[in-house]
Structures are given as structure tokens and as C-alpha cells.
Design a protein around this ligand. Structure first.
Ligand code: SF4
Ligand code: SF4
Length: 246
């Protein structure tokens, strides 16, 4: 599964980041359903259940929405880790991330993957349901224009140009749009909470602190990460690169 692509540059203020995410959510919700259905039909992706997308080799990490994090914790409390993408670090030297990801096994496969099959298939998470089966997500191109684009790895798995019936196309379009909207909502709420925290505690982003912290982390040092979770709170963790299989 992919790490989600919408990482806004940390040089933007939180208000600018929030405004950009809200504008993208507006475009997403306004996107004509018929047009989206036509794209899904044209791609015609069919999964052959090879299980490769459930490995780190194929996908960086499986990002979890807040409700999915709660589900994972009810199944296997240790199966969540801070997502391996941060927004700013601050002068006190810690990272903040917008949610959790699924832990992987030492071989890089998802902790729920057994004998090439998902062991919790009926309860798998939002991102596992919409990607990669449909192979479409919202992403900016090199000019910054955001549109529906096919997820990378084209022609490395599954097959394309298969017929998909109308009802299935509608279901895919609605489920995918709902996931993308929920993802944007989580990113917006994360930045709002971070903005409020920074204002309240007089904190600020310091690029040099971020770079030094990243350098230490890459060398194997333990770093502090605060993970945004439901209810607008940040949960404290200490992690090393080992947790990401690096
Ligand atoms: S939860 Fe299941 S579908 Fe999702 S990445 Fe893990 S094994 Fe794959
Ligand atoms: S979506 Fe692709 S990588 Fe994942 S199981 Fe299906 S064919 Fe394999």
C-alpha cells in the first residue's frame, strides 16, 4: 500500500497548508462522478491476488485513518507504528506525524499477511480496500496540478483493460472518493491541531533542528514522535529506524 502523496512543503504556514487541503477536498467532492467512473472503466484494473502490495518492497507503508488505527489496536495492539512521514520538527527536537501505519514483519511483509493472503481480509482497512484494487488516487504532477492518477507500479502486477460492470464502477468511485475525503480530513485536522499547539506553546518550525534530527535518526538514534490521533490529541512515542525495517 502506498504512503499517501499529499505532503505539503513545511515552508508553508499551517494556515496555507490547511487552505490548500480544504481546496483539494472541495475539488475532490465536486469531481463529476460520471467522469470518475469513465476513468475507472478505462483503467479496468483486475487484481490477481499475488500479495505483493502488502509488502514494504512494493509499498512504503500502509497509512491508517483514525478509525482503522482503533481497529488495528483491537486486533493486535503492537501492530501500529508512527507513519514514516513527518511534517515539522520544532526546536525541542521531536517529529509530529498525522497518523499511524501498519507494522511490517522483518521480511517486509504486512504483519497481517500470512502465506501470501490477508489474514483479516473481511476487516481490512480503508486503504487496503480502495488501493490497490482500483489503482487511482489524487496526486499532484510536476506542475502541482492535482488530478486522479494511476498509482505507480503500472504493469508490475495485476492486469488492465478488463471489463468492469456499471454497478461495480459506481461502487469503486464512491468508495475511493470517500477514502480520499477521509484522508484529507485527517490531514486538515492534524494541521489544525498542530497550529493550535504551536500557538499555545509558542513553538516554531526550525529547519536546522529538523535536519539534525533526521540525521541522528538515519544514524540509528532514538527520536521522539508525537502521533496525531482521534479527538485531536498527540500520542507520544520513541522510535528508531529499526521499526521501519531500515
Ligand atoms: S491488512 Fe491485509 S490487505 Fe492490508 S496490507 Fe495488511 S495483509 Fe494487505
Ligand atoms: S493489487 Fe496488485 S500487487 Fe496487490 S495483490 Fe493485487 S495484483 Fe498483487
Amino acid at each position: 500500500m502506498p504512503g499517501k502523496p499529499t505532503e505539503l512543503r513545511v515552508t508553508f504556514t499551517f494556515d496555507e497548508q490547511i487552505a490548500a487541503l480544504e481546496a483539494e477536498r472541495e475539488r475532490l467532492l465536486r469531481f463529476p462522478e460520471e467522469e470518475f467512473i469513465a476513468i475507472i472503466r478505462e483503467v479496468g484494473f483486475s487484481c490477481d491476488c499475488c500479495g505483493r502490495c502488502c509488502t514494504r518492497e512494493f509499498n512504503d507503508h500502509v497509512f491508517l485513518l483514525g478509525e482503522d488505527t482503533d481497529t488495528v489496536r483491537s486486533l493486535l495492539p503492537d501492530a501500529v507504528i508512527p507513519r514514516p512521514r513527518s511534517t515539522p520538527a520544532i526546536r525541542r527536537g521531536r517529529f509530529y506525524v498525522s497518523g499511524y501505519a501498519l507494522r511490517t514483519k522483518p521480511d517486509g511483509s504486512c504483519i497481517f499477511l500470512e502465506d501470501g493472503r490477508c489474514s483479516i481480509y473481511d476487516r481490512r482497512f480503508a486503504i487496503c480496500r480502495v488501493y490497490p484494487p482500483y489503482m487511482l488516487h489524487r496526486e499532484a504532477d510536476e506542475t502541482g496540478a492535482v488530478d486522479w492518477r494511476q498509482i505507480g507500479g503500472l504493469n508490475q502486477h495485476g492486469s488492465y483493460n478488463n471489463p468492469i460492470d456499471d454497478a461495480e464502477c459506481v461502487r469503486i468511485a464512491r468508495e475511493t472518493r470517500a477514502y480520499e475525503a477521509a484522508f484529507l480530513e485527517q490531514e486538515i485536522r492534524f494541521r489544525q491541531a498542530l497550529r493550535d499547539l504551536f500557538d499555545r506553546e509558542g513553538l516554531r518550525y526550525v529547519r536546522r533542528t529538523y535536519d539534525l534530527l533526521m540525521r541522528d535518526f538515519r544514524k540509528g538514534a532514538e527520536v521522539e514522535v508525537r502521533v496525531f490521533h482521534r479527538g485531536g490529541r498527540f500520542e507520544p512515542h520513541r522510535v528508531t529506524r529499526d521499526v521501519y525495517g531500515q
